[in-house]
Design a protein around this ligand. Structure first.
Ligand SMILES: [Zn+2]
Length: 267
């Protein structure tokens, strides 16, 4: 599914790794090979906030080999309610660097780095480190539609799978697009910003979010990423997951690629 990983697969796990990941390697359907694939994977996470904190933490604890966080924001007091990698003493510090340092502390066996920047189509080459090979997966953990559109175009341009999560109030959405398999893209599902699929321009900053919503959506995002990276399977192929925290209900809807999509139909 993602051609990169198997070609640069690490040969074995160290004793320290075997000990740390013992409960995972024991799992039915998750073995040493899955753990090695995860160890060999490189993931770029855009947004080190409410979603980026829990998803990166779970991936790093699980043994993801390389994580790179990109975020141009600094930590504020109002972030501490849900951004689980930050402490009150971190207020004023850059999120990307603080989160990367914390992840490295949580699991010294992995590589974590942070870049204080805003990802754009102009700097994507450099920020994603394309010259040293494409990342295996992009995680969209941002909180506004303009950046989501940019990340989607980057995913399609470089043909990098995109795992897109969103969380607002007590609701969340999750999808995993595979442009190299012509799976359709974020635009195919959500269209323009003002289309009906996207309710409005709400963000966490202007309409609030319950602490558990970002924790749940970040965990679901990590759950999909682990299967994708470790087991070569997309549990959300051509599906959109919708979480409703008020009703405690999850729905999974199918979608089809838009043959006339202005973003992905020409690739
Ligand atoms: Zn599309």
């Amino acid at each position: 599914m993602h051609p990169n990983i198997d070609t640069h697969l690490s040969k074995e796990l160290t004793d320290e790794e075997l000990l740390r990941y013992a409960r995972q390697v024991l799992l039915d359907g998750w073995d040493i090979d899955a753990q090695l694939r995860l160890k060999s994977a490189r993931v770029v996470i855009i947004g080190a906030g409410g979603l980026g904190c829990p998803s990166s933490e779970t991936l790093v604890r699980a043994g993801l080999g390389q994580v790179h966080l990109i975020d141009d924001d600094v930590i504020e007091a109002s972030n501490l309610q849900r951004q689980t990698l930050f402490l009150p003493t971190d207020i004023g510090q850059p999120k990307a660097l603080t989160a990367a340092a914390m992840l490295k502390e949580i699991n010294p066996l992995i590589e974590a780095r942070g870049t204080v920047a805003r990802l754009s189509e102009d700097n994507a080459d450099e920020l994603l480190d394309i010259t040293s090979g494409k990342p295996d997966l992009l995680l969209d953990c941002t909180d506004n539609f303009a950046t989501r559109d940019i990340i989607n175009r980057i995913s399609v341009r470089y043909q990098i799978p995109l795992l897109s999560a969103s969380a607002i109030a007590m609701q969340g959405q999750l999808a995993l697009f595979e442009p190299h398999l012509n799976s359709g893209c974020y635009y195919c599902v959500f269209g323009e910003h003002d289309s009906e699929a996207v309710t409005d321009e709400r963000t966490c900053a202007n309409s609030g979010v319950l602490a558990s919503t970002t924790a749940i959506m970040g965990s679901l995002q990590a759950n999909a990423a682990l299967q994708y990276l470790g087991l070569n399977r997309n549990p959300l192929a051509n599906k959109l997951l919708l979480w409703d925290g008020k009703l405690m209900q999850q729905r999974v809807m199918g979608y089809r690629p838009d043959k006339l999509c202005p973003v992905c139909s020409n690739h």
